[in-house]
Design a protein around this ligand. Sequence first.
Ligand SMILES: [Zn+2]
Length: 111
Amino acid sequence: MDIKLITSFKNKLVSIKNAITQQITKLRKPVDMGDDIDSFEEEADEATEMAAQAGMVETLKRRVHRVDDALTKMDQGKYGVCEKCGKEIEVALLNVDPESRYCRGCKVSSR
Ligand SMILES: [Zn+2]
């Protein structure tokens, strides 16, 4: 793959990673419990909200992991190669999903 393309994908991945990391930091901020006496319903709402946030953090963490993998592959010169069939991943696909591990064909067939 063209070094210029790789550099642009690298910049993209780094900014995605920064954005996700910021989101995680925000989500991790403790929910304001306040010192007012909450009704039982409100407490239940907070618990639901916290669970939803924990789920989101997990999803985001998985994405950071995939972005990190893609960055590692760049360092190893393996970026943009499908992990399944070994072919080059289409640039159009990487434009949409720069941390993709599979080419379009393998992505479709793995569904
Ligand atoms: Zn493939």
